[in-house]
Design a protein around this ligand. Structure first.
Ligand SMILES: Cc1cc2nc3c(=O)[nH]c(=O)nc-3n(C[C@H](O)[C@H](O)[C@H](O)COP(=O)(O)OP(=O)(O)OC[C@H]3O[C@@H](n4cnc5c(N)ncnc54)[C@H](O)[C@@H]3O)c2cc1C
Length: 502
């Protein structure tokens, strides 16, 4: 390790290399906080070339090892807001923080694209675009902190992704550093080449884009692979024109089931709002108490619907929605086109995370997904499971995507067995959702949190095919290893690579 440190320090400044236990401790988990492991080192590259050189140094260190078991791997980290343990270092792993790759390189208004470095924070882009009539559509609730690289790795979704699509629908091309250290351009991002065929040394100023969709879609393949195929260093993003008008609708119900049935009916009738969110009983209780929103005790669920588009059209649509909803006896129905009032109506959703702190000091946010018609059954099942394990549960649902977010609120000091029960309950929730025709993750990824559930959906043969694909990019199995696949399958893959030599 000392030798590696010495070679790294030849091109990295001291503050780019962290090896003190107290520094490493800061990087031992992500936003789940339930899974932990300290990285061997934390390295903070300033540009793509640094990322490439760091990986080459790790490879060179591994090549000189006598014992293959000591082989080092690496894991990319954006802001560490991930909720499946993806950015946590595996055993013997070096953490590469992309936090300093945080530049907006250019915005091309005519072609509605922006080129950013991968550590650029999601919400910062929309701040930079204010007043231009354009925005970046993927809006994870963590957008004030999470990075574009993390969004790409997890294929992040968000409140408005039902209508506008998830991250994969908004990335046109990328600069990536492969697990062999090579810098590669994929999709619509092409560097200007020098005469001998290699990219200019300072390629960032020379990156151009081409409008081609005819090549193999490596961009699409890479998105959502949780850093296992390499590290994204730049991304060319599609920008979306702002809509002329919006209408926010907030409806409250005396039962979560009725609220979920309204969602199924809206979808069945072909409505495609920009956002469609359910906030259930405990979540409403918590936010109501924290922000005094004026919901009566009768309210057991709130539905937020947002329409956007041409004013005349969305007004007509909102009248049709009002008629549909009235058949389900709502307790209240509010609409607004005013920006300040809109924020107030959204508070019941956006204020939920901070309000949970009033109920319990810890909060575990789970991610499950079912076909939208199965949301009522899934919510009933999740309630049953929470009762069985005596857990405090608040549900938030990206209903348009069938994406459930059960939030377990807990205090391990008062209830020492609670974490064990949360894991058992989440295991049953996953089984329930898969049985209802759903899948393992709506947006938070598999990471370490859900790797043991992969065989609920995938046969050994399916998983082997995915590992074969992974091995094309990472034959040495050093890019974020031991994630996504069940740990037994990961170890098998590791053994195979080691047996074939480093
Ligand atoms: C309060 C809260 C709300 C959230 N809401 C949402 C939501 O609405 N929608 C949603 O989808 N998610 C949500 N999340 C989860 C999380 O914010 C997203 O998964 C986000 O995309 C992670 O970005 P990050 O920069 O924090 O990545 P990290 O947590 O640092 O990393 C996540 C994964 O990406 C990999 N990675 C990071 N950067 C790179 C890179 N440059 N190249 C290759 N791999 C990389 C890591 O190795 C890891 O596997 C929420 C999280 C919190 C805490």
């Amino acid at each position: 390790m000392k030798k590696l440190l010495n070679s790294l320090k030849k091109f990295l400044k001291p503050k780019q290399v962290l090896d003190k236990p107290e520094d490493l401790h800061l990087y031992d988990t992500d936003a789940t906080a339930l899974f932990k492991n300290k990285p061997r080192l934390v390295l903070i590259p300033y540009d793509t070339e640094d990322v490439s050189k760091i990986i080459l140094e790790i490879i060179s260190y591994n090549e000189k090892l006598k014992n293959p078991k000591e082989k080092l791997s690496f894991v990319a980290r954006g802001a560490g807001t991930g909720l499946s343990g993806g950015a946590i270092a595996a055993e013997n792993s070096v953490l590469i923080s992309l936090a300093m790759l945080s530049k907006l390189i250019f915005v091309d208004y005519e072609n509605r694209v922006a080129l950013v470095e991968s550590g650029y924070v999601n919400a910062t882009l929309n701040k930079a675009l204010l007043g231009t009539g354009l925005h970046f559509a993927p809006d994870p609730s963590s957008q004030l902190a999470c990075t574009i690289g993390g969004n790409i790795a997890e294929n992040a979704g968000g409140i408005h992704c039902y209508k506008y699509g998830v991250t994969a629908d908004h990335v046109l091309g990328m600069e990536i550093v492969l697990p062999n250290g090579e810098i590669q351009y994929v999709g619509s991002l092409v560097p200007e080449f020098t005469e001998n065929g290699t990219a200019h040394k300072h390629a960032s100023s020379n990156l151009k884009f081409k409008n081609t969709f005819s090549d193999l879609d490596v961009t699409g393949l890479f998105i959502g692979t949780e850093g296992t195929l390499g590290i994204v260093t730049k991304a060319l993003l599609k920008l979306t024109p702002n809509q002329e008008a919006f209408i926010t609708i907030q409806v409250s119900f005396s039962s979560t089931l009725t609220c979920a049935e309204v969602v199924s009916e809206l979808i069945r009738q072909g409505f495609k709002p920009a956002a469609l969110e359910i906030i259930d009983n405990h979540a409403v209780r918590a936010v109501n108490a924290a922000y005094n929103l004026g919901f009566s005790d009768e309210v057991k669920a709130v539905l937020l619907i947002e329409l956007d588009g041409i004013n005349e059209e969305i007004l007509k649509e909102s009248h049709r929605i009002e008629a549909l909803v009235s058949d389900f006896n709502p307790l209240s129905y509010k609409t607004t086109q005013d920006v300040a009032e809109r924020l107030k109506l959204w508070k019941v959703r956006k204020g939920s995370a901070s309000a949970f702190g009033r109920i319990a000091p810890f909060w575990y946010l789970y991610d499950a997904v079912v076909p939208r018609s199965k949301i009522p059954a899934a919510l009933q099942g999740v309630e049953r499971i929470a009762e069985k394990y005596n857990l405090m549960l608040a549900n938030l649902v990206h209903a348009g995507d069938g994406n459930l977010h059960p939030n377990f609120l807990y205090d391990p000091e008062k209830d020492p067995s609670v974490i064990e029960r949360i894991f058992e309950a989440s295991h049953e929730i996953m089984r329930l959702c898969v049985d209802l025709g759903g899948t393992l993750s709506g947006e938070h990824g598999i990471g370490v949190e859900k790797q043991e559930y992969m065989d609920y959906l995938f046969s050994p043969n399916d998983m082997q095919k995915m590992l074969d694909l992974r091995a094309i990019f990472d034959p040495e199995y050093i890019s974020n290893p031991d994630k996504i696949f069940p740990i037994k399958v990961c170890k098998e893959c590791h053994r195979e690579v080691s047996a074939n030599g480093l």
